[in-house]
Design a protein. Structure first.
Length: 117
């Protein structure tokens, strides 16, 4: 998503003193960013290794200052949500959850899971 990244970088640079706008780069493999987006040299991406656990750990690194964190609970919830998302796709014969109804159902399931913990 180079276009969206460009917008985020431009806003962060333009409003440096006016807002708390920031951006974070996520990448599945180390050093791939430097090959594909050399303009981003100097920014260290968070590496998730293409895994759910890696993505959750990246989110904890990014938002560590904003809330107390329980990594084990988050990893367990992410696993449960992955199972629910597969079931939702199966039940609807969908290849993706990127439609309003399915995404709302996934969001509701995530909210209920979080409330139960």
């Amino acid at each position: 998503m180079p276009f969206e990244l460009g917008l985020a970088v431009a806003i962060a640079r333009q409003m440096r003193n006016e807002s708390a706008h920031a951006f974070v780069l996520l990448e599945s493999r180390p050093f791939r960013l430097q090959r594909s987006l050399s303009d981003m040299n100097g920014f260290d991406p968070k590496i998730h290794n293409g895994t759910r656990a890696g993505a959750v750990r990246c989110m904890f690194e990014i938002f560590a200052d904003s809330a107390p964190a329980d990594l084990r609970t988050a990893l367990r919830l992410a696993g449960s949500l992955a199972r629910v998302s597969k079931q939702l796709k199966r039940d609807r014969g969908a290849r993706s959850l990127f439609n309003r109804v399915a995404f709302n159902e996934l969001f509701t399931a995530a909210t209920l899971m979080q409330e139960q913990n």
